[in-house]
Design a protein around this ligand. Structure first.
Ligand SMILES: NC(=O)N[C@@H](CC(=O)O)C(=O)O
Ligand SMILES: [Zn+2]
Length: 432
């Protein structure tokens, strides 16, 4: 059955104008975008009244931990993609630090098949760079590409050996897939549990210095220059790392980067060392780092927003700060948080630019469908209620994870309808 969306406002990403348009969706595609679509007397169409909701391309999140296989107590492909749909996402790329690690073609097929059966979003698996993410032996990258890997990453850990990273980039270059890095030199991050600085010293907690991230970014942009590979930097958080990406781009090196909502909005100043819902890797850093990330996002150094949705169980996050696992959930709060804080409050970014950072840029950088709305294109879209204001309540999450420091924040701009490939994956339209 087709769908007709009425009484919506289509956001023009070039001009920022909100256009009164009706959209017809059929067989997974956008068939028509018109001022008015005539509905025949006898029809088999579902007509949805959007009540002034703003229509944007479905969001794309290139950094999500779905925890499946092996860690289903934290999340499954079903619950993680339900959370994605609730957050307005229609495509997510899932990280391979599962149990076992996603490092074989069979594992790629498992993700595609399970997502097909139980998913509420398109799921694109990353494959590991090294077997079991141990940093010792490269995976069969060619076979993994054939099985549908969207890129290669050992996310969760850094690839410690420069020689190993060089070989990985050489292969990735010949396969025309990106190397996606979790930049962390373990000899520098050690047993740290938060950013190394004044706050960690005051709290007496072991720190992770920003340089643990930036030395890997420095190494890997130079290796990308040497090999010609596409390097994508995950969850950038350190001011020097942002400068290095800016320098590399100027030099013509093929590098892209993502930043999370939490590194754009929070700093280590808010950490008191008692609540592990504030523990994440890379850690929340200083105001200087936060501002550098914002500047990088605004000047194009940082291409896109990614949530690094990293669900953990309540029991795990109740452990002492030093021993609890790193990670925040992020899919269900990313847009309202960024819209409220950066578009409405600080007015640093426009609504269309935010949507580009969450949809168009990831599609362009990774060569994916979606990211923009046009007739004939895939019907991946999100409808936002920009007036709806609600307090973030982890009890409402569709994710199994509740671990976010943003609980209790009052934010505006909640997704009310998500359509992925012509199928309604989330609906919470206000009733009359
Ligand atoms: N970001 C985190 O704090 N944790 C991630 C790993 C990662 O993205 O590095 C996880 O898998 O839990
Ligand atoms: Zn990571």
């Amino acid at each position: 059955m087709g769908i007709i969306l009425k009484n919506g406002k289509l956001l023009d990403l070039d001009t920022g104008l909100l256009l009164s348009r009706e959209i017809e969706i059929e067989e997974g595609l956008v068939r028509k975008i018109k001022d008015h679509i005539e509905i025949p007397e006898t029809h088999n169409l579902q007509v949805i009244d959007l009540r002034g909701g703003v229509i944007v391309p479905g969001f794309i999140d290139m950094h999500v931990h779905l925890r499946d296989p092996g860690l289903e107590y934290k999340e499954t492909i079903e619950t993680g993609t339900k959370a994605a749909a609730r957050g307005g996402f229609t495509t997510v790329a899932c990280m391979p630090n599962t149990k076992p690690v996603l490092d074989t073609p069979e594992q790629m097929r498992y993700i595609y098949e399970t997502a097909e059966k139980t998913g509420f979003a398109r799921v694109l698996p990353y494959a590991a760079i090294t077997r079991s993410e141990r940093g010792e032996e490269l995976t069969d990258m060619e076979a993994l590409k054939k099985a549908g890997a969207v890129g290669f990453t050992d996310d969760g850990v850094g690839v410690q050996s420069g020689g190993m990273m060089r070989s990985a980039m050489e292969r990735a270059k010949s396969l025309e897939l990106p190397i996606v890095i979790h930049a962390e030199d373990e000899t520098l991050s050690g047993k740290g549990c938060m950013n190394e600085g004044e706050v960690s010293k005051r709290l007496g907690l072991p720190g992770i210095p920003g340089v643990a991230e930036s030395v890997h970014v420095a190494r890997d942009v130079l290796l990308a220059e040497l090999t010609g590979a596409h390097l994508h930097v995950c969850h950038i958080s350190d001011a020097s790392a942002v400068d290095l990406v800016r320098w590399a781009k100027k030099r013509g090196i093929h590098v892209t980067a993502e930043v999370t909502p939490h590194h754009l909005l929070l700093t280590d100043e808010s950490i008191d060392g008692t609540d592990a819902n504030w523990k994440v890797n890379p850690p929340l850093r200083t105001e200087k780092d936060r501002l550098a990330c914002l500047e990088g996002l605004l000047d194009g150094t940082i291409d896109m927003v990614a949530t690094d949705h990293a669900p953990h169980s309540e029991e795990e996050k109740q452990r002492a700060f030093q021993v609890a696992p790193f990670g925040f959930v992020g899919l269900e709060t990313a847009f309202p948080l960024l819209y409220s804080e950066l578009v409405l409050k600080s007015k640093l970014i426009s609504l269309p630019d935010l949507v580009k950072k969450m949809a168009t840029a990831p599609a362009d950088v990774f060569g994916l469908s979606g990211g923009r709305l046009r007739s004939g294109g895939v019907a991946d879209l999100t409808v936002l209620d920009l007036q709806q204001e609600r307090t973030i309540d982890a009890g409402e999450f569709l994710s199994k994870g509740r671990n976010t420091p943003f609980v209790g924040r009052k934010v505006k701009g909640w997704p009310v309808l998500t359509v992925c490939g012509g199928r309604i994956t989330y609906q919470n339209l206000p009733t009359a």
